[in-house]
Design a protein around this ligand. Sequence first.
Ligand code: SF4
Ligand code: SF4
Length: 175
Amino acid sequence: MTAAAHDPSSSERLCGACGMCCDGVLFHSVELQAGENPRQLSALGLKLRRKKGVEFFLQPCSAHREESGACSCTIYEDRPSRCRLFNCRQILAVEAGSVSEADALEKIRNARAQVARVNDLISRLGESNPARSLAHRTANALTLAEGAERTELHDELDATMKGLEGFLAKEFRIG
Ligand code: SF4
Ligand code: SF4
């Protein structure tokens, strides 16, 4: 997550142009792992929650920043272990030498263009809660108020989000 593991220059550039594992596109939430210090992470600004003994935070992450298309993590040096360990399919492929950085960047741009399209449709349908994951916001936008009828905009959002999810599953998600 906005992280660099084996090839700092390449993965830093790609993650800096992406941010999708921090901004609510790829994940709903991130769980802390055994041995992590919730108080320290809270003090750093993570908005932690606790459920059934598990500490977690929701996405979009409060430490995620995006300015002029450049993404960063405000607590990068102290980020949780799940963030340190996660590498998406594109980063792994670039590190393995099976995909060029340019091709991975093209996939990121493609995904982000689809995300922008989903966001546009969501806002046109009146859903306005940026503090939820993209999947949650899409589900909210597709939920009809009592008596309301489904429109072509709902169909378009449904189809666009399904297209995006398929693309993310093929090109970014692991497992
Ligand atoms: S989805 Fe991949 S490229 Fe994007 S920020 Fe996460 S690890 Fe980096
Ligand atoms: S702590 Fe940093 S790396 Fe982890 S999800 Fe938040 S912004 Fe991303």
